[in-house]
Design a protein around this ligand. Structure first.
Ligand code: ARG
Length: 580
């Protein structure tokens, strides 16, 4: 059990003996550190139950617990706060347990199975900055789920299906009508057709513009798309090629961002379940016809806002994005036994998911035991607060953004590094981008600001990496000087205490992060503890310290903070470079 939990239990038992029998008590980190490390504010509530003044109650409690070895000091403040200063031995015990078993601050014993849907890039379209947040937040939440004890299944949910695919195929057909894919006798053989991601980035906008401007072209694309859905041999083979080319670029970028998936499925995979799904929905009698479309009514009495019906099939016969997501839920819940499905998607898609979730429960595709959770996120805007654009007004491809930040990191931060420059610059750039992206609460919009994000003296990924590299180098030097250290023996400065008090709250911070589906507290925590460590570092010359207990305790503390920061950064998907 965590030391704070243990202490709470012990206090609760002691309170029972003096007549206050309550279910549980909570100690909170003090917001007046000058008065104590932790606070118990329960006397105010007890006053109402036991018809006594909070001051009297607080004093009685303090009398019952004041001799605990866990305390260095305990006092009562008006109107009934109990302030606790923890003993050094308590903090040292905690630190040494954490040092031996980092996991002990993370494993919450939550053993749910959670399916995470994030990334969501679209085939043949440029991977742009909008997809960055889904990948960053999704991957970090996935990592967080795992450290608290859950089993996870992640899926990229590729946008690889639908009419745009028909448009792109039509455009290729128009340009290269002689390709084997388009011959009646095509039989699935390999076709010598060199298609690159750059080609696709040009083909897609050209094809969609043409279709929008010309109804005949649109009609033709629709037809091709329908044939594609029926697995027309040539179109299907070409489509496979398009997906493959697109995906290889997506994989390259995601690898740099430390983003990975268990399943690289797409909407096309969900489509395999469409017939089954429709059969089921018809059998449940919940589909209605409306102006030629097929819809499910998802309005609820308590709705204050307008709730339009979910459109399954549009009046032109096309199967909708909503239907795809229902098919996805159908597939996922039939294949796996899931406690929760999380969607990490732009918050502007909230209505879509509300409709899909309601239809899923209403039709019984999922039962009430499976929670469907929409984790929307805010937008990353340009420095001017408007949607992020390239200089000529287009969307900013993610690869360009990564390259730009990498260049800035290289010129700004790495004068002294000669070896592996490129790789290290990339690692630092990814940290700068990711930290800035995860720092605001998930639903908050933020402005992209390259100078701010790479500032070595700010609340940034680069500051954190720099600090960690320095901790690591201190440990390396100790190692080279053959200084042996194992655990913390004494606390000799106030900063050490502050570091450990902050670390005591780590496990609860992780719990809150998991419950809020947000990484911002982890980011704040990393900054706070790193600052405290740097204050300590500036104040003490570790390696030339003459008192051996002090020196080895300081090294053990450094190792604790380094290991733990590394663990936390790992959750965020950030690596620490060997040098900086
Ligand atoms: N491909 C979609 C888009 O770019 C995002 C997919 C989100 N996930 C989902 N299950 N609908 O808008």
């Amino acid at each position: 059990m965590h030391k704070i939990d243990e202490l709470e239990l012990k206090i609760k038992e002691a309170m029972k003996i003096v007549g206050y029998d309550i279910e549980s008590i909570t100690l909170n980190p003090s917001n007046r550190p000058d008065l104590g490390d932790y606070q118990y504010n329960g006397a105010m509530a007890l006053a109402k139950i036991y018809h006594d003044s909070p001051m009297n109650i607080a004093n009685k409690i303090v009398n019952a617990i004041k001799n605990f070895s866990e305390f260095k000091e305990i006092s009562v403040a008006n109107p009934g706060f109990i302030n606790i200063t923890l003993s050094d031995s308590f903090l040292i015990d905690f630190a040494n347990t954490s040092l031996k078993d980092i996991n002990s601050n993370y494993n919450l014993g939550i053993n749910k199975t959670i399916f995470l849907d994030y990334g969501g890039p679209n085939v043949a379209k440029v991977l742009h900055v909008g997809h960055l947040r889904s990948a960053n937040i999704g991957q970090a939440l996935n990592n967080l789920c795992k450290v608290v004890g859950c089993k996870t299944i992640s899926d990229i949910h590729l946008g690889d299906w639908g009419r745009p695919m028909g448009m792109v195929i039509l455009e290729i057909k128009t340009r290269y009508p002689d390709l084997a894919y388009f011959k009646d006798n095509y039989n699935g053989e390999e076709v010598d057709f060199n298609l690159t991601n750059e080609d696709l980035l040009e083909l897609y906008p050209t094809a969609t513009t043409k279709a929008k401007e010309n109804e005949n072209i649109m009609e033709e694309a629709r037809k091709i798309n329908l044939e594609l859905q029926n697995k027309h041999k040539g179109y299907y083979a070409l489509w496979k090629k398009i997906v493959e080319v697109s995906l290889s670029e997506v994989k390259r970028l995601y690898k740099d961002l430390n983003v990975d998936f268990d399943l690289w499925e797409g909407e096309s995979d969900n489509f395999e379940y469409m017939n089954e799904l429709f059969e089921y929905l018809y059998s449940k009698n919940i589909i209605q016809k409306s102006d030629g479309a097929e819809v499910i009514n998802v309005k609820e009495e308590s709705d204050k806002k307008e709730m339009p019906p979910l459109i399954l099939v549009k009046s032109n016969g096309a199967v909708s994005y909503e239907a795809t997501d229902l098919a996805a839920i159908w597939e996922r819940t039939h294949k796996y036994k899931l406690d929760e499905i999380w969607y990490i998607v732009d918050k502007r898609q909230e209505l879509h998911f509300t409709q899909v979730f309601r239809a899923s429960y209403k039709s019984g595709i999922v039962n009430d035991d499976t929670k469907l959770i929409f984790n929307g996120f805010g937008t990353m805007n340009g420095p001017d607060g408007k949607p992020f654009k390239t200089r000529d007004g287009g969307v900013m491809p993610l690869s360009d953004l990564l390259d730009n930040v990498t260049k800035v990191c290289e010129t700004r931060l790495m004068e002294s590094i000669t070896e592996n420059r490129e790789r290290i610059a990339r690692t630092i750039a990814v940290a700068a981008i990711k930290y800035a992206d995860l720092l605001p609460f998930r639903t908050t919009d933020y402005n992209f600001d390259i100078d701010k994000f790479t500032d070595l003296n700010g609340k940034t990924g680069t500051y954190l990496l720099y600090s960690c590299v320095r901790m690591n180098s201190l440990l390396q030097k100790a190692n080279n000087a053959n200084i042996k250290y194992e655990d913390i023996k004494i606390l000799s400065t106030d900063n050490e205490r502050k570091i450990l008090i902050t670390m005591l709250d780590l496990k609860r911070m992780i719990k809150r992060s998991f419950e809020n589906y947000s990484l911002n507290e982890i980011c704040e925590y990393l900054y706070k503890i790193t600052n405290l460590y740097n204050n300590f570092y500036a104040e003490n010359k570790v390696l030339i310290e003459e008192n051996n207990d002090k020196k080895t305790s300081w090294l053990a503390l450094t190792k604790l903070i380094f290991d733990n920061n590394k663990y936390l950064l790992n959750i965020l998907g950030i690596n620490i470079p060997e040098k900086m």
